[in-house]
Design a protein around this ligand. Sequence first.
Ligand SMILES: [Mg+2]
Length: 314
Amino acid sequence: MDAITADRLRGVAVGAAVGDALGMPLEFGLASHPDHFIKKMRPGRLPAGSFTDDTEMALALAECLLTNATLDTDDLARRFLDWYNSGPLDIGIHTSAVMEKLAAGKNWQTASQEAQMPNPDNAGNGSVMRCWPVALACCWDERAILSNYSRLQSSVTHVHEECLAGCDFINQMIVSLVKGAGIQEAYRQALENTSLPEGLRQSILLAPRRKRDELRNTGWVRHTVESALWGLMNTNSFEEALIQVINLGADADTAGSVTGALAGAYYGLAAVPAEWVSALQGEWPLNSGNIWRSADFIALADKLAVSRNPDARQ
Ligand SMILES: [Mg+2]
């Protein structure tokens, strides 16, 4: 693996966590006026630089991928339940419903399906926000494996077809970017490689041409994917993409996290502003007293990138 590729892989992990932490104080807020954009790590419900549930669930998925030769969904469900039982500050409504059913002893297949039943059209962003570790682990695999794992990790909590396809699309794009594709090229490849339900496909096709005030940035997977693509495709740096997207408010941390993973894959770790990287922090596992910082995300990216394909080390 050359140094540029390694830097891009690290950029995905650090970028996603940095985007989550930047968006954290803006979550549930209104969109900021361009004259008043937040450009620094600010405290919110957590100290400045803290990542949230988006990154915590991604770390559970990453550790599952590092522990097992294949994606073991029963192990993943157990890891999500351990996290839930440790009392996270942030958790999505749908994820929480699934976790309650897991806690009651149901398997993930039943828990996930039953949580969907009351609102069959509900397609939240709770799985796309955490899907990036699959892109790192499966970077050198066939695209079909990348697709399969991206969708499978979603199905443990989010079974709606738009959730599965959203994870697949974002990870297809991350892998293309890591391997050196331009942004337009990666977008085209992901459109070709992903089977997309029509509604999500239309959102993805329109995203690059959206106007800022058209973006709702809610917890709907369509809105998150749309905001992230819009941010990536209408700016010229990691910093600018993230500032544009987190200042949309609403589900700012999740949109920030997905944007950070994509922008990190394209621009690489070296392009992530140093003051954002140095501010990054968060306890993992929760209640362990162990604080994760950027160096831990770099080490994680390095491990994931060779976890399934040790030959990639050269
Ligand atoms: Mg969050």
